[in-house]
Design a protein around this ligand. Sequence first.
Ligand SMILES: Cc1cc2nc3c(=O)[nH]c(=O)nc-3n(C[C@H](O)[C@H](O)[C@H](O)COP(=O)(O)OP(=O)(O)OC[C@H]3O[C@@H](n4cnc5c(N)ncnc54)[C@H](O)[C@@H]3O)c2cc1C
Ligand code: FES
Length: 276
Amino acid sequence: MDIKNSNWRIRRGKIINARQMTASEKWFDIQLEDGELDHEPGQFVQVELFGIGEVPISVCSSPTKKGSFELTVRAAGRVTREMHKLEKGDFIAIRGPFGKPFPVRTMVGNDLLFVAGGLGIAPLRSLINYVMDNRREFGKVDILLGCKSPKDMLFSDEIGKWSKRLDVNFACTVDKAEPDWKGNVGLITSLIPGVNLNPERTYAVVVGPPIMYKFVIAELLKKNIPERHIVLSLERHMKCGMGKCGHCQIDHPKNYYCCKDGPTFTYDEVKEAKKL
Ligand SMILES: Cc1cc2nc3c(=O)[nH]c(=O)nc-3n(C[C@H](O)[C@H](O)[C@H](O)COP(=O)(O)OP(=O)(O)OC[C@H]3O[C@@H](n4cnc5c(N)ncnc54)[C@H](O)[C@@H]3O)c2cc1C
Ligand code: FES
């Protein structure tokens, strides 16, 4: 194998922009020194901080954006907290892109229902912006968004623009409102019954915390969306990110590796997993 030109190699990336989005999430715009990342929506990179560790992070920008790519990082532990100290002008090490992307080619010509909970908007934003930039290739688009409270909403400026588009149906809900919030309050599942859809020609792409999947999938199945049209992105602890160490195995009869066989799966592929 030609390691030099494969996505196994470590590449140096310069942070060309960084912004604290919420109390716990920070956004980074990164330019690789040796060219484009060449990712597809749904893929992730391994970010390495030398001497500290390496973490998988989804690419949150669309491949239609050229010259740099974006990551949104929640400060969860050792590595991600160190990442939050990085600023514009700093360098990081990147491997990837890795993982099976969302099945964009299969979805062309169909209606799309995006369901994003919390940080799930990060990987979905890559796909949503890809769809926006290729809008004529897809049918009806519905975006459902849920977050804990209005101040936890990521990409609120961009979401505001999606919500105003005439070719997009948009609904948003928060678990807990603040005094000036005029929108929906309640779980994201409460938005699904109100979506008008043709199940046979709809692909539902769902990304959020594991607890959300069970309830969202139950609502989608009530709408008769076929199991093979429900697309999820799963998270497991990862080490190598490329199918070598076995750390990310999914407790499923097929013993999938989340990094290599996923992270995106259709529901019919993973419905026998003990935990999504
Ligand atoms: C395919 C994939 C894509 C991801 N995309 C993003 C992203 O876009 N943005 C983002 O902020 N995070 C993302 N994550 C999660 C991120 O990788 C973890 O938060 C990170 O690895 C934690 O590392 P740490 O050293 O900071 O924390 P640690 O000190 O290792 O752990 C801190 C806490 O986080 C938990 N944790 C660690 N790894 C995971 C994991 N994979 N899933 C759930 N809990 C975990 C630990 O159990 C512990 O409770 C993604 C994970 C995967 C597998
Ligand atoms: S992270 Fe090593 S096999 Fe998936």
